[in-house]
Design a protein around this ligand. Structure first.
Ligand SMILES: Cc1cc2nc3c(=O)[nH]c(=O)nc-3n(C[C@H](O)[C@H](O)[C@H](O)COP(=O)(O)OP(=O)(O)OC[C@H]3O[C@@H](n4cnc5c(N)ncnc54)[C@H](O)[C@@H]3O)c2cc1C
Ligand SMILES: NC(=O)c1ccc[n+]([C@@H]2O[C@H](COP(=O)([O-])OP(=O)(O)OC[C@H]3O[C@@H](n4cnc5c(N)ncnc54)[C@H](OP(=O)(O)O)[C@@H]3O)[C@@H](O)[C@H]2O)c1
Length: 539
């Protein structure tokens, strides 16, 4: 029998590392010659394409090894759990813990690469945002105990290696895909706009599976760029070079390459040098010591707070971090929509300092890209978040808000392959009248029997808030019976509050209906996860 190849040739490993990983994974999942496989344990990364510096150790995260590795924990708690650990572990605790690949690494390998000095950018974790980049900066500055640049042990060869040249479509080699459609799913009266987005991948674009995410490189909004150029007193035609070494004109750099929502320390320094008003220069220098007064500020806010700062565009652009891609859970199945990928994107808009702020990627997809125009995209493989390998296994899907996205894909996929397993969806949003995303489609699935059960929780349709976890508790007896029957439980959506509340509800259902103690119920949920039957895709 030829050697099994589970690791793509394009993954950034040496021949020895690839051979080791293939053996390790094949042994773990008990892959037979006929290709039959057991489900991967939770936390195992089934495909590593496009992730730089992934080392074998990154494949298995356990709560004992990495007690901070939970996206539902706030950063303070994560840092507390990593106290006294080697620096690369404290760096890892600062990441958003999603292992989403938005940075081009996993949380562990990104931190190893920073610790080893092979990665110098501290702003790549877009889900962690400023909170993460600030903590990374603080940790990197800490004096070293052993004389190494970052105070860590010698880097592993994989972490030290430059990412391999891309083969095929990837984050480093994105596909130019055409936008086919972008329509608001919310109805009049809603406080939200959530767009169903269809993108043409054509036969030669990247391929994907349900559970994967799509990475999209955004461009900044023209109106914002105009305001920044005006605040700089520039024309937009000035030649500049970005932090990544791309030469262009100021306007193009601001549109395609520069992140305008972060204000790196180096930018504050450049502004301080150029301020002609001594009070403004003083204020900026003070911000270099303590930037708490400008928490939440974007570049434009800072320029407007200090109107006499007119840095040379070339000096400014060199300090701005790169505009990073955002990830979206894929809401289609390639078996149902060949050559296309669908997303479910909530438009981010909010007010700050009397100025309307727009999320760069979500508003681009909702408002700024014309049908037929192109987007730079890549597929980010999921970390084991997919339909049950056994088509007969029941699936329980809990996905309020945009958390519905992967479950639409799961349902289309199970329909397309004729999977006989039962499907139960818990869905919720603010109001049934205006916020029931994919209402018609889901009701049709229910009518056809594809969705065995559909429970909704519209939080604002009554005085008391009702959430998906309340429905889980109400339906606890049946939920417990499904789980006893081998159901897989999936959760998608908000990491900050929903995921932890749903986890608590799941433990409560198992405790109450399994006649268990709290500890035994928690152990039962942990066992579900270790068997690969409890998976979360939260952000
Ligand atoms: C694995 C994964 C899957 C995801 N799937 C989806 C999905 O299916 N659908 C979806 O819509 N999103 C999804 N996201 C989120 C998505 O990647 C983006 O983070 C989101 O669209 C915002 O990006 P943006 O560029 O529009 O906004 P940005 O320009 O990045 O702005 C967002 C930032 O603005 C700030 N902000 C937002 N609201 C406020 C407020 N009210 N007050 C103050 N500050 C605020 C926050 O700092 C926030 O991080 C997913 C994320 C991950 C990691
Ligand atoms: N990084 C970003 O900028 C970005 C962009 C898009 C989405 N997101 C995040 O992604 C998540 C999904 O956003 P979304 O608009 O699709 O939906 P959402 O904000 O999660 O709202 C969906 C439903 O969940 C309810 N909800 C609120 N708190 C909950 C809790 N603790 N447990 C269970 N349900 C709860 C909401 O109720 P109420 O609103 O009535 O309380 C609403 O009915 C949110 O966390 C959102 O902030 C982030």
């Amino acid at each position: 029998m030829p050697p099994l190849s589970l690791i793509p040739e394009s993954a950034p490993f040496s021949a020895e590392q690839r051979a080791w990983l293939n053996g390790f994974l094949a042994g773990w999942i008990g892959l037979q010659g006929d290709g039959a496989s057991a489900p991967l344990p939770a936390g195992v990364v089934p495909a590593l394409e496009g992730l730089a510096g992934s080392a074998p150790a990154a494949l298995a995260h356990s709560a004992e090894d990495f007690p901070w590795h939970d996206p539902a924990l706030p950063i303070d708690e994560r840092m507390k759990r990593a106290e006294g650990k080697p620096k690369q572990h404290r760096l890892m605790a600062a990441m958003a813990q999603l292992d989403c690949g938005a940075c081009g690494y996993l949380c562990q390998t990104y931190s190893e690469a920073i610790a080893a000095g092979s990665e110098t950018s501290l702003t790549l974790c877009s889900p962690g945002g400023t909170e993460t980049s600030k903590m990374l900066k603080k940790l990197v500055k800490e004096p070293s105990a052993n004389g190494h640049a970052n105070g860590t042990a010698a880097p592993s060869p994989a972490a030290n290696k430059a990412p391999a040249a891309p083969a095929g479509w990837s984050r480093k080699n994105p596909f130019e895909a055409r936008l086919l459609r972008s329509v608001n799913l919310n109805k009049p009266g809603s406080d939200k706009a959530t767009h169903h987005v269809e993108i043409d991948l054509q036969p030669d674009g990247p391929s994907y599976e349900v559970g994967d995410s799509l990475g999209i490189f955004p461009t900044n909004c023209g109106e914002l760029i105009g305001e920044v150029i005006e605040a700089l007193g520039a024309s937009g035609d000035e030649p500049v070079e970005t932090v990544a070494g791309v030469s262009s004109r100021l306007r193009d750099a601001l549109e395609r390459h520069c992140c305008l929502s972060e204000v790196p320390e180096e930018t504050i320094g450049v502004l301080a040098e150029s301020a002609t008003d001594p009070a403004e220069a003083e204020d900026l220098r003070a911000l270099l010591e303590d930037d708490a007064p400008i928490a939440g500020y974007h570049l434009l806010d800072l320029l407007r707070r200090h109107p006499t700062t007119k840095p040379r565009p070339s000096a400014l652009v060199r300090t701005l971090s790169d505009l990073k891609p955002r990830l979206y859970s894929i809401s289609s199945s390639p078996k149902r929509h060949q050559g296309q990928v669908h997303l479910t994107v909530r438009k981010v808009v909010y007010a700050f300092n009397d100025r309307d702020r727009k999320g760069v990627t979500s508003t681009m997809l909702a408002d700024r890209v014309a049908v037929g125009s192109t987007l730079r995209v890549f597929v980010q493989k999921s970390h084991g978040f997919s339909i049950p390998a056994d088509p007969g296994a029941p699936a329980i899907m809990i996905g309020p808000g945009t958390g519905i996205a992967p479950f639409r894909a799961f349902l289309h996929e199970r329909d397309a392959i004729g999977a006989k397993g039962k499907n139960w969806l818990f869905y919720g949003d603010q109001r049934g009248e205006s916020d029931f995303l994919y209402e018609e489609e889901l009701l049709d699935m229910k009518a056809r029997g594809l969705l065995t059960r559909l429970d909704t929780a519209f939080s604002r349709d009554q005085d008391r808030k009702i959430y998906v976890q309340d429905r889980m508790i109400e339906r606890g007896k049946d939920l417990h019976a499904w789980i006893q029957d081998g159901a897989h439980v999936f959760v998608c959506g908000d990491a900050k509050r929903m995921a932890a509340d749903v986890d608590r509800a799941l433990r409560e259902v198992i405790r109450a209906h399994g006649g268990l103690s709290e500890d035994a119920a928690a152990a039962s949920v942990a066992r579900l996860a270790s068997e690969g039957r409890y998976k979360r895709d939260v952000y």
